[in-house]
Ligand binder design. Structure first.
Ligand SMILES: O=P(O)(O)OC[C@H]1O[C@](O)(CO)[C@@H](O)[C@@H]1O
Length: 518
């Protein structure tokens, strides 16, 4: 965040009491509901209930200029290095650009395989037609596809192959899966960019053992119960997965940005090839919007500027994502990974420690359910936090009920209510953003998700951090490996670990834990 004079202006603006007073902001400008609206083909964004005015928005847009956002966007789309630690480009937008060879290569491979499965050219290793499909993957190899599958499957009229997901290695989950599926008709897809994620490989191993333990399991050309999606084909081959059952994608596609790649294959299985193409179309439409629209009308840029405003100038450290539609119930989790893994960083692109906070704590859930769980704290708790209500315009009576509930929450938070009994009163003056999807279809979902990706990239440019790596995640992973090894070799005391964790390990390790007394 460069320009110091702008920093001072914004810091001063944030300190002035009127900017945190929605009643004053509305009385100075009763046209806020017209002025702070941003629209694309599928989205309608209302920022009028936020702690900003036109001056602040103008200064934030100047901040974007001073951080050379335009050049950074060009670098992203021109395939230049934007991932400074790994010295690579970020290729996710090429997958949705029909003028780019990656778009055609990716789609062709995915559609060819889907055709072969659907025509029955590929049978399971039991010689049975594929009637069910299981995605085995975690993080970016799970959250995006799961979100889109949940959002779109009920819209499909054609009967499609049911898709299941398994991510964590919990016994309960894998057993539940085995109890739900018909294993002889099931194609298991090991989805892992690195093909090195332990959870996914452990699940793959459990599945392989289960398959092999069943009579009639005979993998051969044209017959396989396993397939893989990865950027590391060699590793999938080593697991015995045949070449024609491996979908490959490029290493330059970040895991949490990968649902547009072959990682999106569950979407093709569950919602169909046409829906997947429309998803890419919607995302591409957002790419064009992001590239070509001035900041004053640019949705992802405005969303990012608002988040920087709240995080760095208002010092608010949390952010809630509240979709009022069950079809978007996985959005908060997907966004949590996208925002926190991408922007939870403390080093600038040059490697020095930055002096300002970045990623907020992202949480959320289906809005209606959250209303009956944690909204009380929004209304009467002393803290404020930026929150996004996301609704889908839909004429059916139940969806209308949901929408009015959502709009009522935004109004109640802003207006509050005085009561004779002061304990029952709500102070109001709580900011919120409303984002409407004008319809629920694959194009609209594509636009929505690409909008959030560009919001995150914009944040990272302003914060001068790399949003495409995740070195922190590695620490916990490697310590878990060390613990497992030391427990296996009875050498825990050699591990450089605090006494609390060592004692806890001894509580759970079957070799050392206290025997149970009845
Ligand atoms: O697709 P992979 O390589 O199995 O990785 C899964 C996830 O693990 C992470 O590396 C860390 O959680 C994510 O970035 C990634 O989406």
């Amino acid at each position: 965040m460069h320009d110091p004079s702008l920093q001072r202006l914004l810091t001063r603006a944030a300190a002035s009491p009127h900017i945190r007073d929605l009643r004053q902001l509305w009385s100075h400008n009763p046209n806020r509901h017209r002025q702070f609206i941003y629209e694309t083909d599928a989205l309608y964004l209302d920022l009028s209930k936020n702690w900003v005015d036109a001056d602040v928005i103008e200064q934030l847009q100047r901040l974007a200029d001073s951080c050379r956002l335009k050049e950074a966007i060009d670098k992203l789309f021109n395939g230049e290095v934007v991932n400074s630690t790994e010295q690579s480009a970020a290729g996710h937008t090429t997958l949705r650009d029909p003028n780019h060879p990656n778009y055609h290569r990716n789609l062709k491979a995915m559609c060819d395989l889907a055709d072969r499965i659907e025509r029955g050219d590929i049978k399971t290793a039991f010689g049975k037609p594929v009637k069910q499909w299981v995605n085995v993957g975690i993080g970016g190899s799970y959250l995006g596809p799961r979100l889109v599958v949940e959002a779109l499957t009920e819209l499909q009229s054609e009967s499609r192959i049911p898709v299941h997901f398994t991510a964590s290695v919990d016994d309960s989950l894998i057993n539940q899966l085995f109890n739900t599926i018909d294993i002889e008709h099931c194609l298991f897809c090991i989805s892992s960019k690195s093909f090195g994620t332990v959870e996914t490989l452990m699940n793959a191993g459990a599945i392989e053992r289960k398959l092999k333990s069943r009579s009639g399991y005979r993998p051969q050309p044209g017959q396989s119960s396993l397939m893989a999606i990865t950027a590391h084909t060699d590793k999938a081959r080593r697991l015995g997965i045949p070449d024609d059952m491996i979908l490959n994608f490029d290493d330059s596609i970040g895991g949490r940005f990968s649902l547009w790649s072959a990682i999106g294959f569950p979407i093709v299985m569950a919602a169909g090839q046409t829906a997947f193409k429309q998803l890419l179309e919607g995302a591409h439409q957002m790419d064009v919007h992001y590239k070509q629209t001035p900041w004053s009308r640019n949705l992802p840029v405005m969303m990012a500027l608002m988040s920087v405003w709240y995080r760095n100038y208002m010092q608010l450290s949390a952010y809630a994502c509240l979709p009022y539609d069950a079809r978007l119930r996985c959005l908060p989790q997907w966004l949590q990974q996208l925002m926190m893994e991408s922007t939870g960083k403390m080093h600038s692109n040059r490697g020095d420690v930055i002096q300002y906070p970045t990623a907020p704590w992202v949480f959320g859930d289906h809005g209606q359910l959250s209303q009956h769980a944690f909204f009380q704290a929004f209304h009467q708790g002393l803290d404020a936090l930026p929150l996004d209500f996301i609704g889908v315009v839909d004429d059916s009576p139940n969806q209308q009920f949901l929408l009015y509930n959502m709009l009522a929450q935004g109004a109640a938070l802003m207006q509050g209510k005085e009561e004779d009994n002061t304990m029952a009163g709500c102070p109001g003056n709580k900011p919120s953003t409303t984002l409407l999807m004008k319809r629920m279809d694959a194009r609209a979902i594509g636009e929505l998700l690409a909008m959030y990706e560009h919001m995150v990239y914009t944040q990272s440019v302003i914060w001068d951090i790399n949003c495409f790596d995740q070195p922190g995640v590695e620490l916990g992973k490697s310590l878990a490996r060390d613990i497992q090894d030391c427990v296996a070799n009875d050498s825990l005391n050699q591990l450089n670990l605090d006494p609390s964790t060592k004692a806890l390990i001894n509580q759970v390790n079957p070799k050392t834990k206290e025997p149970k007394h009845d």
